[in-house]
Design a protein. Structure first.
Length: 157
């Protein structure tokens, strides 16, 4: 899917975050701050800074989910190592009132499709407590180490 393309299915729209749209960026930051609830590691200032796009080769992009025009989720992808085409899925969250509707899964699918469309080959990394969700999408566990209830997973394409 091209980076500017929007997915619309069952009133869900996913599109690239426009960094100049301060209201949307603020709504996305609020969702992430509430989801991560770790002010030292994921404070509001750090999250707002992360929501700012970065250019290639160390790119960073965020996608926004809207239902009925209301921001209900946010998910990022960034370059981990441009030389080996390694990317990280990160800072992904859905507003509490919108959970259980498939929005998180749509974010994962969208970011995987975006990476595969924009890079001939590579790997996606994710640190997650939801290993079964990612295993169903082709991710494999990396090593046996767990940190804070999370495991590192990889998807090669």
């Amino acid at each position: 899917m091209p980076i500017g393309r929007t997915i619309i299915a069952d009133s869900l729209a996913i599109a690239l975050l426009d960094a100049a749209d301060t209201a949307t960026r603020s709504a996305a930051a609020d969702i992430l701050v509430q989801a991560f609830a770790d002010p030292e590691r994921y404070g509001h200032a750090r999250i707002v800074e992360q929501l700012t796009p970065a250019p290639a080769p160390f790119y960073r992009h965020f996608f926004i989910a809207r239902v009925g025009g209301v921001v209900v989720g946010v998910g990022g992808i960034k370059a981990a190592d441009w030389a080996s085409d390694t990317h990280i899925l990160y800072l992904s969250a859905v507003a509490e009132h919108a959970r259980g509707q498939g929005i998180a899964r749509a974010f994962i699918d969208y970011r995987i499709a975006w990476a595969m469309e924009n890079f001939e080959h590579g790997r996606l990394l994710v640190s997650t407590a939801r290993t079964r969700r990612f295993a169903r999408l082709g991710f494999k566990l990396v090593g046996k180490r767990e940190a804070a209830g999370r495991r590192l997973m990889i998807h090669e394409f």
